[in-house]
Design a protein around this ligand. Structure first.
Ligand code: PMP
Length: 442
């Protein structure tokens, strides 16, 4: 039964049993309406209410300011990799297009629209060539994938890997070197032209590396928009597990399937001034002429379109949204005014219990990432002693106690205990007891 199994998989991941049970009913006959949530229109009043409630609860948990839009999309975290490139490069071009157009009109008040468009195009072509930069902090497998996607879409020439954390750590992820060693594109204040955005993955699911806070160099730097770094973070594996100051980000995004719900829903929290009317999507004809790969991109990833249609541009999976909404509603009800900090305290406590047990037996276990970047969500460790014999033994013993999903990602090996929100403290305690018993040779 569900009570007997302790599952530590990295995603999809456990959901609260109460939500799964209510979901089973909602799938068959939602609120006694005679239809299940997989069967009703995404444009029905029922669906609209589910959407509005989910937004309200996410806003409440993360204190999302009014100048942010919450978008529910599809395409998963990986879809998000493409969406951020498509949207933020468009923002970069549109801001510059407007500046160029204003300058051209001032310099040549008699020019007609066709002449203006041509001059604007010529200036933009030069600016794209010389100044378009996308900054990536590569601290693990997922930010690496995101940077590779950006290179594939727009071309590697425009992608600046400002940090490859493997370089200072023997070719492996597991540490985040000091910010002084990063090579972010300089902002205007720093004597440069700035980048289209700076991207990082807040919690690296495969490598167990989590940023402990927003890096200093990504903090807001004053009023001039040209000094601003538009910061994007992938929160797929630590969404609603700790407080985030949303106001410091341009875009936060992540798939729902670890901390929030089932797969099929991707959340994006987007600052409104990056959307129309302040920043419209540049004219497709201009993008075609500029010939930047990947632009204009698919409409289903276009934040402006999704925002304008209240996340209902195309068919949204309402059942999946309802699951995410229930999880969030329950957290709001449970923690009240504490909001996500209530969940954060529990996540920290569970992570400390597991790391505590691992650190207690350094001859038996070795935590993979450096102590300064240990993830609270994905706890990666090795079982020491003779190739992988001990690890096989460890897994076999765990299975006997119905402790499941502990194998590390196939790309790195070892063990990984994922400690998402819905993993009960009780299950963590069972894992800790096993870590103790295994170390004692029991
Ligand atoms: N980002 C992170 C941090 C992830 O952990 C994952 C998936 N494990 C992804 C992105 C990709 O998500 P998806 O499988 O939904 O595309």
């Amino acid at each position: 039964s569900r009570q007997e199994v302790s599952y530590f998989g990295a995603g999809p991941a456990p959901l609260p049993t109460s939500v799964v049970e209510a979901g089973a009913k909602a799938f068959v006959n939602f609120n006694d309406c005679g239809l299940g949530l997989g069967e009703i229109s995404h444009r029905s009043p029922t669906a609209t209410k589910i959407l509005e409630d989910a937004k309200a609860n996410l806003s409440a948990l993360l204190d999302i300011p009014d100048n942010y839009e919450i978008l529910f999309m599809q395409g998963g975290g990986s879809g998000g990799f493409s969406a951020v490139v498509q949207n933020l490069v468009s923002v970069w071009i549109e801001r510059r297009r407007r500046r160029a157009e204003a300058d051209v009109k001032q310099a040549q008040p008699d020019a007609d629209q066709a002449q203006i468009d041509e001059l604007v195009f010529q200036r933009l072509q030069k600016e794209v060539d010389e100044e378009l930069k996308l900054d990536y902090l590569v601290t693990g497998s997922w930010s690496l994938k995101a940077s590779q996607e950006a290179s594939k879409l727009v071309g590697s020439k425009y992608v600046n890997v400002a940090l490859d954390a493997r370089k200072a750590n023997g070719g492996k992820f597991g540490k985040i070197p000091a910010e002084e060693s990063w090579s972010l594109t300089p902002t205007k204040k720093e004597g440069g032209k700035g980048s289209a955005f700076v991207y990082f993955c807040d919690n690296e699911t495969v490598d167990g590396v989590e940023f402990q806070q927003l890096p200093k160099s990504l903090e807001p730097q004053g009023q001039d928009p040209e000094d601003e770094r538009l910061v994007i973070a992938d929160l797929s594996s630590n969404f609603i597990s700790r407080k985030v100051d949303v106001s410091k980000y341009a875009v936060l995004f992540g798939g729902a399937q670890k901390n929030i719900g089932v797969t099929g829903i991707t959340i994006a929290i987007v600052r409104k001034d990056l959307l129309p009317p302040q920043t419209a999507t540049p004219p497709p004809a201009l993008l075609h002429r500029l010939n930047i790969g990947g632009l204009p991109g698919p409409v289903v990833f276009d934040y402006a379109t999704i925002a304008k249609n209240n996340s209902l541009y195309n068919t949204l999976p309402i059942f999946n949204l309802w699951i995410a909404g229930q999880v969030m509603a329950d957290l709001v009800a449970e923690f009240g005014a504490q909001k996500v900090s209530g969940q954060e305290a529990i996540a920290n406590k569970k992570a400390q219990l597991i790391y505590g047990a691992l650190d207690k037996y350094p001859q038996v276990y070795q935590v993979v990432p450096d102590v300064s970047v240990r993830s609270r969500m994905n706890i990666c460790f090795r079982v020491l002693g003779g190739d992988d014999v001990k690890e096989k033994e460890f897994i076999a013993g765990a299975e006997k106690r119905l402790l499941q999903g502990l194998k590390g990602h196939r790309s790195v090996g070892g063990m990984r205990a994922s400690n998402y929100n819905a993993v009960p403290l009780e299950n963590v305690q069972k894992l800790v007891a096993y870590l103790e018993d295994f170390a004692a040779g029991l």
